[in-house]
Design a protein around this ligand. Structure first.
Ligand code: EPZ
Length: 421
């Protein structure tokens, strides 16, 4: 198993290029199951989660391969409709083959995705939406077993205890495009990844309106054709690198980025003193040599502050001036990074779904353990500013969502390396 070693204290300088979005690529690759024709998906990040999705497609009898950042899928008349536990247990996003299989094969058997360290993560909204379209669904031996003679369009309210759901919206959208009649999804998720999925489906011949708003309207069609599509840049990877410049007091040009997907983050960073400019798909970030101001953050569904940036923002707040409060409204238990940051000398305590952070002058390098994808990114950021050496283990979490992160950071001056444990 690999680990990452960082020598902190270097202000980063230079250019970083952003990869395609993991959370857009995964449902888009799953959506290719809705056609029999060839699909080519470009700007796909070479990540463990993408490889898992390709393995699921191959296990269904679909020809799927990746070459550089290009994925080619030839579904033809695949026969299987079972997504095995062995895949789903390693990646929750596997659930987004449920909708396409049900719509195309009229049956699907997908292992129930368990909880994970960031929370319980129920799938009741997925099942509610698909049942509303006419699917019979039962849970058997740890699998969601779904079937439908015919899916029919319906008005569906898809709001849960924590607001909208990204993957539930994706699953219902991918089923409704081949359902008979009109579907209206109310309280749909508005994330850029939903817009990207809808735009890919429209390229395949689907009829969709309102993507990116809480009301999405779909007129079902009989069949979908193949398509070629390029995935949007990864806004969370972009946000993570912006914070790498901010936390080290460095200066970075972040290329192939979309600043319009990061308004809540940019607004917060500007308030606390980070200088940010944008032109030609490049974000220019200038951190401050002195401490940044403290912050109050509450995570919310898009366009609110993204929960996938909470851990990284907490790392920044540990070296900011004053008391910061970070409240997690999407995954209230998403605080596995707190104890590891405290091992590095941070001063954080939890109060319900809020973390209270007393900013300190300097963190000190230490051996720490990654617990989930975004927590690992927070530990990298903390290691970049800490005094001395930080060793991060269990970085398989990081490889799920960041393409070559240590190479990209090394290129802009970070003293970082990956070593075999
Ligand atoms: C997506 O997960 C992302 N994953 C997550 O990113 C991200 O944190 C999350 O959206 C929120 O932005 C992918 O796109 C692959 P949700 P998803 O359903 O769709 C509750 C990362 O780091 N809920 O929008 O699974 C749920 O428990 C990952 O890249 C229900 O109650 O998240 C949560 O509290 C981590 N019932 C809230 O809704 C349901 O049926 C939002 O979850 C579904 C969700």
């Amino acid at each position: 198993m690999d680990k990452i070693i960082i020598e902190g204290g270097v202000p980063l300088k230079g250019t970083i290029e952003i990869s395609g979005a993991k959370n857009a690529a995964l449902p888009i690759i799953a959506a290719t199951l809705l056609t029999e024709e060839k699909c080519v998906i470009k700007n796909v990040p070479a990540l463990r989660d993408v490889f898992t999705m390709l393995k699921i497609l191959r296990s269904l009898g679909v020809k799927a391969q990746m070459d550089g950042d290009r994925v080619t899928v030839e579904p033809k008349k695949y026969k299987r409709y079972i997504a095995d536990y062995k895949f789903v247990s390693t990646m929750r996003a596997s659930i987004c083959v449920l909708g396409p299989l049900l719509a195309k094969m009229k049956q699907a058997k997908v292992s129930m995705p368990g909880g994970c360290v960031i929370g319980q993560r129920p799938v009741d909204l997925h099942l509610k939406g698909l049942r509303a379209l006419g699917a019979n669904i039962k849970i058997e031996h740890g699998y969601i077993v779904a079937s439908a003679k015919k899916l029919r369009g319906k008005n569906i309210f898809l709001g849960g205890a924590y607001g909208s759901s990204v993957l539930a919206t994706s699953n219902v959208l991918m089923s409704a495009v081949l359902a008979q009649g009109r579907t209206l999804i109310e309280n749909a998720a508005c994330e850029p990844e939903i817009i990207d999925l809808a735009n890919f489906l429209i390229k395949m011949g689907a009829k969709i309106k309102g993507q990116g708003t809480p009301i999405v309207e779909i007129e079902g069609v009989k069949r979908l054709n193949g398509a070629t599509y390029s995935v949007i840049p990864d806004r969370i990877e972009t946000g993570t690198h912006i914070l790498a410049a901010a936390i080290t007091g460095g200066e970075l040009s972040i290329k192939k980025a979309r600043i319009d997907h990061l308004s809540a983050l940019i607004d917060k960073l500007t308030q606390i003193g980070v200088k940010i400019k944008y032109s030609n798909n490049t974000i220019y970030v200038k951190g401050k040599a002195s401490a940044l101001k403290s912050m109050d953050i509450t995570t919310l569904p898009y366009p609110g502050f993204p929960t996938d940036m909470q851990a990284q923002m907490m790392a920044l707040s540990t070296v900011s001036d004053g008391i910061s409060v970070l409240t997690e409204k999407i995954f209230p238990d998403r605080f596995m990074h707190v104890s590891e940051l405290n091992r590095m000398g941070a001063n954080i305590f939890l109060e319900g779904a809020s973390a209270i952070v007393k900013g300190s002058k300097r963190l000190s390098g230490a051996p720490v353990m990654a617990s989930d994808l975004r927590a690992s990114a927070a530990l990298i950021l903390a290691g970049l500013v800490a005094k001395g050496k930080t060793e991060i283990s269990r970085i398989y979490h990081l490889d799920r969502g960041y393409e070559k992160i240590e190479e990209k950071l090394m290129k802009v001056g970070a003293k970082i390396k990956r070593v075999k444990e």
